[in-house]
Design a protein around this ligand. Structure first.
Ligand code: ADP
Length: 396
């Protein structure tokens, strides 16, 4: 009861006690009715607040279970209902009960839990005592799904381990070469060793550049939506590789790409993607074998196909070649100067541009990689086409 209501009732009862019958009886009734109304109003507001709090707790991503000071469960939000339809997970229930008991006894406690049904999940449960001042009110258990955090931690750990391993190889080779060079007097040997130092340094540089590219591309939520002409992308990707291809006697057959084909995106990333595909086609083809770049389009999509008649990719590796550092043949990739990062760069660029990259291949017969990208909206394409010399990817 509020203080003002209590004071009013006290005043009326005091008057009645002093024998001031007068209107005292009616006043007392009024005062009691007012107090009852106020109490009902307060109870309703409390109920509303409780409903709102319960609804708010249901939308949280964490589970919340509350018990009273006797350990009796008094509240549980939706995310704290663990298990499959109807049947609560026994392991989780056991953990929650134990933690609530600890919390109501005034202890802080934590537990990690791995559930396998309906899907595999890692949960972190924390228990806290709850009090009003020094009066114990029970305990609360908070349940957090940490599966994604765990997965990211594992990916990060693997990545760091892979990078360290990749860098260790050329650094180890450099260290050996330096030792061998030390005290070497034969000029021919010195020149040969210096050449190998140069090659290892180049290799280190390539790994670092690819890592920087990958990290930049991965961190882009959306690439800049410049209008980029596909013919420029193909030309820029292929030109620097002509010399490497020619040195292997490989002829690059490049389709004439209509200038009207325009996509939204980042020109540099797109050139890097196509260049990685053509570079691979050349790297994994024998001397004299042809490599073709074909470009086709339907009203909404452009497909850039890179076709080789090289060594091909075994079926079991086809899904994995887009993973960072995955190589079918580690030794071969090393010999050809591969970093194992090229295709993960291609996949990221494709996904960032709302497209995809796919592969079909036959071992010993060759591979075809297809980079599919959504075309820019038709009106944007027309504008781009009209203004090609000023606007569209002026770098090409
Ligand atoms: P790398 O730098 O080793 O070439 P990528 O990520 O570009 O790395 O490619 C991953 C692996 O996929 C390569 O090591 C190679 O085994 C395989 N691969 C990629 N492109 C081709 C291709 N055109 N023909 C055959 N194998 C390929």
């Amino acid at each position: 009861m509020a203080r003002s209501e209590r004071r009013r009732i006290q005043q009326v009862t005091a008057r009645l006690a002093e024998g001031d019958a007068g209107t005292g009886g009616a006043d007392l009734l009024d005062a009691l009715e007012a107090a009852a109304d106020a109490a009902a109003g307060r109870a309703e507001r409390q109920r509303d607040l409780a409903k709102r709090l319960a609804a708010a707790l249901d939308v949280l991503a964490v589970g919340v279970v509350v018990c009273d000071e006797h350990g009796e469960e008094v509240y549980r939000n939706d995310p704290a209902v663990l298990g499959q339809a109807g049947a609560r997970d026994a392991l989780a229930e056991q953990a929650i009960t134990g933690l609530l008991d600890a919390a109501r006894r005034g202890e802080r406690a934590e537990r990690a839990l791995e559930l396998f049904s309906p899907v595999r999940r890692n949960l972190a449960l924390s228990a806290y005592p709850i009090r009003a001042g020094s009066v114990p009110l029970g305990g609360v258990v908070v349940i957090e799904d940490v599966s994604e955090r765990r997965r990211i931690d594992t990916v990060r750990r693997d990545f760091v381990a892979n990078v360290s391993h990749e860098l260790k190889t050329p650094v180890g080779a450099l260290s050996l070469l330096a030792e061998t060079l030390d005290g070497e007097e034969d000029t021919e040997t010195i020149s040969m060793l210096a050449g190998r130092v140069g090659a290892e340094v180049e290799r280190l540089g390539r790994i670092i550049n690819d890592l920087l590219d990958l990290s930049r591309i991965e961190s882009e939520e959306r690439p800049p939506s410049d209008l980029v002409a596909v013919h420029n992308v193909v030309a820029e990707a292929v030109e620097p590789l002509r010399a490497v291809a020619a040195a292997k006697g490989i002829q690059l057959e490049i389709d004439e790409v209509p200038t009207s084909l325009v996509v939204n995106g980042d020109a540099e990333d797109l050139v890097s993607a196509v260049s990685n595909l053509v570079d691979n086609a050349v790297k994994y083809s024998p001397t004299g074998s042809p490599v073709a770049v074909r470009v086709t389009a339907d009203p909404s999509t452009v497909s850039i196909e890179v076709v080789d008649r090289g060594i091909g990719i075994p079926a079991r590796d086809r899904e994995r070649i887009f993973e960072r550092f995955y190589r079918v043949d580690r030794a071969r990739s090393r010999l050809t100067g591969g970093t194992g990062l090229g295709l993960s760069i291609v996949r990221h660029v494709a996904v960032n541009h709302g497209g995809e990259v796919t592969v079909s291949s036959e071992e010993g017969a060759g591979s075809t990689f297809v980079l599919r990208l959504p075309l820019a909206a038709a009106d944007a394409r027309d504008d781009a086409h009209d203004g090609q010399h000023e606007g569209v990817d002026a770098r090409g």
